[in-house]
Design a protein around this ligand. Sequence first.
Ligand SMILES: [Zn+2]
Length: 426
Amino acid sequence: MLRLRVLSWADSAIRPHTIRPISNMITPSVLAVHKADGASTREGQGPIAGKPAHWGNKQGTLFDNPWDSWRDASAGDIFGMFAHSFREMKSPPSSEVVRHFPIRVPDFGASFQDSHPAEIKATWLGHACFLIEFPREPDQDRGIRILIDPVFSNRCSPFSFMGPSRFTPAPCQAADIPEIDVLVLSHNHYDHMDLPTLKALASKPESSHVRIVVPLNNAHHLASTGFASKQITELDWWESADVDIGSGKGVIRIGAKPAQHMTARGISDRKKSLWASFLFETRPSLEPSSPSGVKVYFTGDTGYSALSPSADPDSHFTTDTPVCPAFREIGEKHGPIDLALVPVGAYRPRAFMSPLHCDPWDAVRLFKDIKAKRAIAMHYGVWQLTTETIDEPVRLLAESRDRLGVTEEEFGTLEIGQTGVYPVGK
Ligand SMILES: [Zn+2]
């Protein structure tokens, strides 16, 4: 069996590392998976000897959040959450939806192509879906494009006839997405991994060139989409894959990083597929020593700090509970980060949701931990998943920014379908 040895690239001790077989992993444009080490998930701190702390078995098919900032839901917690949601969940009036969420037809930055060649173009397609275009090389007509967590279906649910349906329409469909180079899926929840959308993307003529990156034990979910298994690379936390896009467009390093969350698509697969955040770094070449250029960080779906089960459902602005240490570690290893995509929605009731989802107060603290220069708010504006009103995340974001000394220019919002341009290194 052909195997490849590479050197650890991170600031942990450099050591040779044997990676998974090339035949399963390497598509023509993926050079290698690099392994690094994270203090917040180090071997010896978790339940499985010789495995990282977030592994729940030796096979790498069960995972957990190995931090004091995490608390698993008890049966009582789940009952309380359903009772709260049954009492409090209300459909937003359509007048409020139109007022708070104007929808733009995305042009994915085409109107900025000539005026802003050296800036990052980020198009928000609602909830956690973004199309990111990196600055283009001088002789290129576009930069490297990454599509993240695309969901264009009406419902985020295992069923087409029940489950949360959109209160804002999708700003486009898979057919409207321009040519992409990399598709990244953060985890298997239905509001992030939508098989009908992935099938539609796979049916596009250019789809065979797309590299797909997912956290460990997620590739099998994509078996029915039409993407070939050789296109898919699975990464553990702190691993990264270098992708040479070809045609002079450059190289992108895609690094899976921790996030505090969980996974399930049914009733028997809880935490059996890994969840992750992702760091994207442009690089001039595949040389291991080549420097990082532009850095964009996607938090995935994440909580930050678990409140007590008896906490007030309206509780915000707390500072006395442990926070997830992984974000500070990401900031120390990789900051400064040019642009971060950070969740601010689906957070009530706080006692139940805080381990899983940031509220805006958590989001701004996380933004500071990762040493990001700019951030765009996400994970709101599409489905009523929890009981906060649809306009509350943006209001609480403004208040959280004020309390923590962050400006709107630093951590702002986009309209659904809108493209923002973001500077590099400033
Ligand atoms: Zn999720």
